[in-house]
Write a protein that binds this ligand. Structure first.
Ligand SMILES: [Zn+2]
Length: 228
């Protein structure tokens, strides 16, 4: 069995990506990074999802990124922007952008993958219904694969680690449909940036998620404070 590291945040996208990796028969090591995100509620979701699948290896690591003080996700002084509809999301890079987050996450996953003799890293990035983050675009992943080819032992020895982002070019509705096909435990996931008891329904992440469920023709099993 080929070992794959799956970056698991506990949200809709990474849970669907995990379900996909398992459906393809990979021996999965899940990696969840607790980086001081405001929505630390998603860590509980990541643990619940890993438990749901009975993953033998789920690494939850603490990494204090609170010094990244320009991001609404890591700095309590920066407000998470709220809006009434998904219109306009992705036009500009929003303050929920965490500086270099996917470079950091993929670097950690690469170290783990090489240690475990793995060949693949799965990441639930999406470049269609997304917030406009530069590190969620196809050209970033292509460039990072190049980094792995030249910057790791496995790479220079001819066994480069591959990055798979199976939902990169899917709409949120297509992601929801894929998750349903794979019977992913969507009721356990958490996408809201705010991290209260219930999802807020007004942050970009909630709005994109709600739009995806609506367009896919399903109701979202998580509870919301208020819909858009
Ligand atoms: Zn929200």
């Amino acid at each position: 069995m080929t070992v794959a590291v799956v970056l698991l945040s506990g949200g809709l996208d990474s849970t669907t990506t995990l379900a996909y990796a398992l459906s393809k028969g990979y021996d999965v090591v899940a990696l969840t990074v607790s980086y001081g995100q405001r929505h630390s509620r998603e860590l509980e979701s990541a643990k619940a999802v890993a438990k749901h699948y009975g993953l033998k290896r789920h690494i939850v690591m603490d990494l204090d990124l609170s010094f990244l003080r320009t991001s609404a996700l890591t700095c309590p002084d920066v407000e998470v922007p709220l809006r009434d509809s998904a219109e306009g999301i992705g036009d500009d890079i929003p303050v929920t952008y965490v500086p270099a987050r996917n470079i950091i996450m993929l670097s950690l996953a690469a170290g783990l993958c090489e240690t475990e003799g793995g060949e693949v890293i799965f990441i639930g990035a999406n470049a269609i219904d997304y917030s406009g983050y530069p590190d969620c675009r196809p050209e970033f992943f292509e460039a990072f694969e190049k980094v792995l080819r030249v910057g790791t032992k496995s790479g220079v020895e001819g066994r480069p680690i591959e990055i798979k982002a199976p939902i990169l070019r899917k709409s949120k509705a297509e992601i929801v449909k894929l998750a349903k096909e794979l019977d992913a435990p969507l009721h356990l996931t958490w996408s809201c940036y705010k991290g209260g008891k219930r999802a807020c329904g007004h942050c970009d992440s909630c709005l994109l998620r709600l739009k995806g469920f609506e367009e896919a023709g399903y109701s979202d099993p998580v509870e919301y404070e208020a819909g858009p």
